[in-house]
Design a protein around this ligand. Sequence first.
Ligand code: 3UK
Length: 539
Amino acid sequence: MPSAHVDTFAHDHLPPADEQPEFLFELPELQFPAQLNCATELLDRQVASGFGPRVCIQAEGLQWSYADLLDRANRVAEVLVADLGLRPGNRVLLRAPNNPMLAACWFGVIKAGGIAVATMPMLRAKELRFVIDKARVTHALCDAALEAELRAAAADCPVLRHTRLFNTASSDGLEAAMARQPGRFRNIDTAAEDTCILAFTSGTTGVPKATMHFHRDVMAICACWPPHVLRPRADDIFIGSPPLAFTFGLGGLLLFPMSVGASTVLLERAGPQSLLEAIQRHGATVMFTAPTSYRAMATQAKAEGRALPTSTLRLCVSAGEALPASTRALWRQATGIELIDGIGATELLHIFISADAAQARAGATGKPVPGYRACVMDDDMRPLPPGRVGHLAVKGPTGCRYLDDARQARYVREGWNLTGDAYLMDDEGYFHYQARTDDMIVSAGYNIASPEVEEALLLHPSVSECGVIGVADEERGQIVKAFVVLRSGCAAGPELALALQDFVKHSVAPYKYPRAVEFVESLPRTETGKLQRFKLHQQ
Ligand code: 3UK
């Protein structure tokens, strides 16, 4: 085995061979050598091939060229190895909002053969403690602004031996230590199949799972969706909201721009308003954000009767949640741009079904990304014909490996990754999202997908946001219940509730209308923008 890992923790906790998904490497661009370090490929190689002086990372009042990022990443790797005793295979926790030093740390860890465990900035001590224990984290690099919760967690975590803070001028901070290093690190010659990241699932249900991804997986996602669907150019400027700790953000805002020598804008705050301002300030051309964020930007512009300052944008990507047809239309009306929808998952690292602007169909996610295969299965893993709703099953160069977790056997069956989504494929091979399989409501014998009712409600002019769940009902088993956030100026009350129910009955089959409607101030969402339906159940 050509592994470079001296610390074999990751290898020792891979799922058993018979529970792993089947991996496909059919495309010529997916033929990887046995030794591969993805930091070498994405960073050192870009500099070696002459991209050194080009702008790589932009942030508030700062620009780093590819050469600058390489220098920083080398120094981080040197500090980790020389000062902090990092050995290949050790896990390094990263904690920061999206900023240039987080990117430098990510590459520093990977160069040194470490395993990057990036965490959501909003995590509290209790959640960080879980991550540290589960991943047996030995080192942490943390933005000084987010120190408190990490310190609180580390106090009870003896495995975590070394923590360095960055974005600080302190003499014991990471930058001071980096300044004492030469900046000429020689990357560890890792195996293509050495784990380089542990990505935790967002945990919308249950205990978070740690997914394991190899150096090869990182290069595989760069070789599939970006060149075949997104088609970015070296002169593009990427921007967006997902945290780098979410693999949607890691790919869209760091790996993909770097894989083509483009530049990326990293924003510590990327709410709809900050995002719009930053697009204009940086002249961004490629954007990644969630459906709700597109909706908020478009409706705000419409309400204020002004055009969006998005004239430089040419490609806009939506992922993380189903994209309602109405949101796709609103964004097109506001900007003239057809959204690129894509479904991805932490388990598969990035997007595996998608459609570019020219192929996009309202209401469909798209077709399998080259390199991936997808099909819709019944409960017994038999493929269903077009038009039938079943379990989405996917195979490709990436796939699910949960670190030491019995739930592996539920996500992977007969070599297929089962994402937990109910989908149907139409006659033309387009995949249509229905619901999370656990969000299918069964009322009086009818199957009702929550998102379909949500989409119907979103078309009503009074509705800003909504979430639909099934609640227990004596007579019908479950009934459809809608939680509705109204647009400003709209008055909640029984009349509006009735009007909304009528409105839904007229746009979808009447049995799907929400028999209960509750008006709320806001909806519970994860940091990645996903609606937390389980919290609605608790309300
Ligand atoms: C849902 C979608 C409909 C779906 C992700 C792009 O979301 C990402 O990863 P997560 O592990 O969640 C996965 C689940 O989210 N979903 C994501 N995108 C869509 N549903 N249409 C979509 N376009 O239920 C899926 O199983 O948080 C997205 C890239 C990387 C990612 N990790």
